[in-house]
Design a protein around this ligand. Structure first.
Ligand SMILES: Cc1ncc(C[n+]2csc(CCOP(=O)(O)OP(=O)(O)O)c2C)c(N)n1
Ligand SMILES: CC(=O)[C@@H](O)[C@H](O)COP(=O)(O)O
Ligand SMILES: [Mg+2]
Length: 634
């Protein structure tokens, strides 16, 4: 990218440089920053619309606050590209989300300006409150703590828990509610409606008009009338906001709504607010995708465009492939759920704010009354599903593996303990790629395995996904986890007739001698290819697609441990406590004396990159399989 295209931005290497500029220059900074983000994301696909929407807010915040002494916490962090670019990372921004490059989210390891690590939503108010209280305890009084939270993130329970505690502690925290009336998909729910309501101030404006009209009729508008109207007006406003504004009702001062694209106004308001102690909310209205026509018009698609794009036409530049590609796992889920729901009217679908991400939008389109987007509310989604199941429905609750971490207790307490037939589809199992450490679905197999009553499965391909979904909705199946990865599978011909899979039964893909591979999930496809290679050079390996972590197919395991001297387990989850560990426990318990090699994600956080780069890094690629097999064959 040409620095020449950003004459002013290229002079800003830290917020201190920004603060030296006269205020009127902020308009140019915003315009160049927006252009820079568009240029960068057009050739390095990433999150997009959210950062464009907060360009002015970002500039105003860094202009007015004394960052990094003052603390700025971006909720989720997918909107923080402008923040990164202004805080010394402009020159490396082309490495955003790339292997060994900078992270797509704020990260304390990356910059002193990133006050708190984020990626999962709705943590900012709690973190800001913790910081403000810590400073107070330590007698530090000269520091502003600011949380920027979106209207979508505001729908989550944790955001309300933070507000509730903020109200009682009356700490010095500014919460900026960045309201663009969108999550990834349209933001829904009572709170979202409420924000629209206070942003347009229907009630307040109506009463205000009535009062002024009434005063005219009573002829009280005389000398000093202007002053009096203002006074009455203010007291009506106070009364109404106190009664109708949720934040004021909590004893948190509410300011706004203000135009989030007026950088000069924002800077002025923020400057004033610095002098107001205690908890306060500034309600800022922005447009997601602001300044890029295509993103403004189709905000969901441009939340994170699916590829590089032409910034003039908005056209996504697709990678050319010579042969048809298999579908994404998420789409197989979406279409299959509709097929099943047509056959079984008890089936409903649930997503916590990821309808297009998990493809529940397919069902929402075809049978809207039976598909629920419940907002960013994973805990609620699971207990809501439990309520549906206990009352006779069969909910398919689809949650990204990483976000399901939030609902661990609900799975135990509300679903498993009551042995309810909730089907929990965990999308994005395994390493997800560019989102990195906050988003990998690495822990699910290990964190679910100790929970009684759960069936835990992972399909090797799309056909198995369909058949597991079919099986899970059959009578008396109890809580059923089906966990699958981000991206495309291996099977173009996936729309096969449904077949029940016996719970806890794996399948033998090939018999061999010496070494057997036990795979769980999609890595089985790579393992099958490696087995073909060995077979081509005369070595027959055993390969078993185990399908279930729980219950384990003990019959098959007895057969394997009595037939091979070495066994390799392969999974795209953490080794500690996962599938391989379950097999190890089985082997020890039954006194088998085989060599066992467990391949999985190691005990450390894995960063970002392409899925291929990351699987190679952690030793879960075909090369690592070949190496381990050869070692054991010696
Ligand atoms: C716990 C959790 N659930 C889901 C997500 C996925 N997610 C990322 S951004 C987003 C929408 C956030 O909406 P909002 O806070 O309004 O930000 P905007 O994109 O509109 O700026 C969602 C659902 C997440 N990051 N964390
Ligand atoms: C910021 C966030 O949490 C989401 O936007 C996430 O990056 C979506 O991931 P997928 O691209 O896998 O749907
Ligand atoms: Mg939003």
């Amino acid at each position: 990218m040409e620095e020449a295209g950003y004459p002013l931005l290229s002079l800003i290497n830290s917020p201190a440089d920004l603060r030296k500029l006269p205020e009127e220059k902020l308009l140019q900074v915003c315009s160049e920053l927006r252009e820079f983000i568009i240029d960068a994301v057009s050739c390095n696909p990433a999150h997009f619309g959210a950062s464009l929407g907060v360009v002015e807010l970002t500039v105003a915040l860094h202009y007015v606050l004394n960052t990094p002494v003052d603390k700025l916490i971006w909720d989720v962090g997918h909107q923080a590209y402008g923040h990164k670019i202004l805080t010394g990372r402009r020159d490396v921004f082309h490495t955003n989300r790339k292997y060994k490059g900078i992270s797509g989210f704020p990260s304390v390891a990356e910059s002193e300006y990133d006050s708190f690590g984020v990626g999962h939503s709705s943590t900012s108010i709690s973190a800001a409150l913790g910081m403000a209280v810590a400073y107070k305890e330590q007698g530090i009084t000269d520091r502003q703590v600011v949380a920027v939270i979106g209207d979508g993130a505001m729908t989550a329970g944790q955001a309300f828990e933070g507000l509730n505690n903020l109200a009682s502690l009356q700490a010095n925290v500014l919460v900026i509610l960045n309201d663009n009336n969108m999550a990834i998909d349209p933001n829904i729910g009572g709170f979202s409606d409420y924000l629209v309501d206070i942003a347009t101030s229907r009630t307040y404006n109506k009463v205000r008009r009535e009062v002024i009209k009434g005063m005219g009729r009573l002829n009280i508008v005389g000398p000093r009338s202007k002053e009096m109207i203002v006074k009455i007006n203010n007291s009506v406003k106070n009364l109404l906001t106190r009664q109708t504004n949720i934040f004021e009702g909590l004893n948190i001062r509410y300011f706004g709504p203000v135009d989030g694209h007026d950088v000069l106004r924002l800077a002025g308001v923020l400057r004033d607010m610095k002098h107001i102690p205690g908890p306060k909310v500034l309600h800022v209205i922005t447009k997601k995708g602001k300044g890029f026509k295509y993103a403004e018009e189709n905000q969901t698609a441009w939340h994170a465009p699916s590829g590089k794009f032409d910034k003039h036409t908005g056209e996504i530049i697709e990678e050319s492939t010579s042969r048809p590609r298999p579908p994404k796992f998420q789409d197989v889920f979406g279409h299959t759920l509709v097929e099943l729901a047509k056959q079984n009217d008890k089936i409903v679908g649930i997503t916590p704010a990821m309808p297009s991400g998990c493809s529940l939008n397919i069902m929402m389109e075809v049978m809207p009354a039976r598909a629920f987007d419940v907002g960013i509310a994973e805990q609620h989604a699971v207990t809501f599903a439990a309520g549906l199941a206990i009352s006779g429905m069969i909910p398919f609750c689809n949650i990204y593996s990483t976000f399901m971490q939030r609902a661990f207790d609900q799975v135990i307490h509300d679903v498993a303990l009551q042995n309810l037939n909730v089907v929990m589809c965990l999308d994005r199992g395994g390493l997800v790629g560019a989102d990195g450490a906050t988003h990998h679905g690495a822990f699910d197999l290990a964190y679910f395995r100790p929970i009684p009553n759960l069936t835990i499965s992972s399909p090797m391909d799309e056909v198995e996904l369909r058949n597991l979904m079919y099986t899970a909705q059959l009578p008396d199946k109890g809580p059923f986890v089906i966990r699958y990865p981000r991206g495309i599978g291996s099977n173009e011909d996936w729309r096969k007739p449904f077949a029940e899979i016996e719970v806890g039964k794996g399948r033998c893909l090939r018999k061999g001698k010496g070494v057997a591979l036990l795979t769980l999930g999609p890595l089985g496809v790579k393992a099958a290819r490696v087995c073909d290679e060995f077979a081509a050079s005369g070595t027959e390996l055993g390969h078993y697609d185990m399908r279930f972590v729980k219950p384990l197919d003990e019959e098959l395991l007895h057969e394997v441990f009595s037939s091979y001297h070495s066994v390799i387990t392969v999974e795209d989850g953490v080794v500690a406590g996962g599938f391989g560990t379950a097999v190890l426990e089985f082997m020890n318990e039954h006194g088998y004396n085989c060599q066992l090699k467990r391949m999985g994600i190691p005990d450390r956080f894995v960063e970002h990159g392409t899925q291929a780069e990351l699987y190679k890094e952690v030793g879960l690629d075909m090369e690592a399989l070949r190496r381990n097999i050869s070692e054991l064959l010696k």
